[in-house]
Design a binder for this molecule. Structure first.
Ligand code: LMR
Length: 345
């Protein structure tokens, strides 16, 4: 399996690459090649990462290829883990960040379209990940649209942890936790359908106020809380959640459970506008693919919150219309300060 990774010299990759090489993600019988994309600036660091991988003597790691040209690095890739993106700089408008990172994903989408394996799967981690995935997808017309994912598994893991702690249970008893929408502060961690030890979460945590006014913002702004403590974005827990995301596609989803991933809304059963990359509950047969789960209960609370996240993603989409081959509306940016990454709260 050929796995391309961008931002390969960064903090997230520094955790992730060793998990991939050890076989704990794709299995102990799956040899892998790592194709690592860096930048001119990170070339030396990338060589350092490769040296550490070599020195670890992983029996499944058969090749490490380094480069700064996506057209070379993405060649024949079966997976592209698109982690690299520019952080928002001081005084930078939200629309500028969308544009700056959007240009990276426009180039990478085109490169994947040209040289990746025809069934390549993509996971976008670099923020704003939903809209970056949309840009990549729209610029890769020959690759399956449903193969594009944006990472919301970190949000799911955060939600499970909060529910488990509040209920006084171990996190393994918390299941069926979906994240809806954007990986931003409008994301909707779904406590309505979540289960704790097999019961609906609100039947176990009988505290509606906590669920609505504490749990939801705590999960949605966890990235920012962590930046305040740590001085930088989450790296280890992001890498763990990427590994969880990938494993979810290669291990059959247990009955009555789900995993969250932001994927194309085309044909979704919840009435969410088509053509957006939106986090929804999914299941897998373990063959690398997924299907949307279609029977989640959407009460008024969820409906309203999901609609707000949908609205935000529509604004983001319109703001990057100049990077899409077929923009839905005239490219007009209506983005205001109200659209925030988890780290920007
Ligand atoms: C996170 O959720 O930890 C990150 O997406 C935060 C950020 O904005 O970098």
């Amino acid at each position: 399996m050929r796995i391309a990774v961008t931002g390969a010299a960064g903090q997230i990759s520094n955790h992730l690459l060793f998990m991939l090489a050890s076989g704990e993600v794709f299995g102990k019988d799956q040899p892998i090649a790592l194709q690592l994309l860096g930048s001119e600036r990170s070339r030396e660091a990338l060589e350092g990462v490769a040296m550490e991988l070599e020195d670890s003597l992983y029996p499944l790691l058969r090749e490490v290829r380094l480069g700064i040209d996506p057209l070379k690095v993405f060649e024949n890739a079966d997976w592209a883990l698109l982690i690299g993106a520019k952080p928002r700089g001081p005084g930078m408008e939200r629309s500028q960040l969308l544009d700056l990172n959007g240009q990276i994903f426009q180039e990478q989408g085109r490169a994947l379209n040209a040289v990746a394996a025809r069934d390549c799967k993509m996971l976008v981690v670099g923020n704003p990940c939903n809209t970056n995935a949309l840009i990549g997808m729209e610029n890769a017309p020959d690759l399956p649209r449903r193969n594009w994912h944006a990472l919301t598994r970190l949000d799911e893991n955060r939600a499970k942890c909060q529910l488990a702690m509040k209920a006084g249970k171990f996190y393994t008893s918390v299941t069926n936790v979906a994240i809806w929408g954007n990986h931003s502060t409008t994301q909707v961690p779904d406590f309505v359908n979540a289960k704790i030890a097999g019961k609906r979460a609100p039947q176990v945590i009988k505290d509606d106020k906590w669920l609505k006014t504490d749990f939801t913002p705590t999960v949605a702004t966890r990235g920012g809380a962590l930046i305040k403590k740590w001085g930088r974005s989450s790296a280890a827990s992001t890498a763990v959640s990427i590994a969880d995301h990938l494993r979810s596609l290669y291990v059959p989803t247990p009955a009555g459970d789900c995993f969250s991933t932001a994927v194309i809304t085309d044909g979704n059963p919840y009435g969410i506008e088509e053509g957006l990359v939106f986090s929804m509950p999914c299941r897998s047969d373990g063959d690398g693919n997924y299907e949307l789960i279609n029977d989640f209960v959407i009460d008024d609370w969820l409906q309203e919150k999901i609609a707000a996240s949908e609205e935000e993603l529509k604004k983001e989409r319109d703001c990057v219309g100049h990077l899409l081959p077929n923009p839905v509306n005239d490219p007009v940016c209506r983005i205001t300060q109200d659209t925030m990454l988890p780290g920007e709260n």
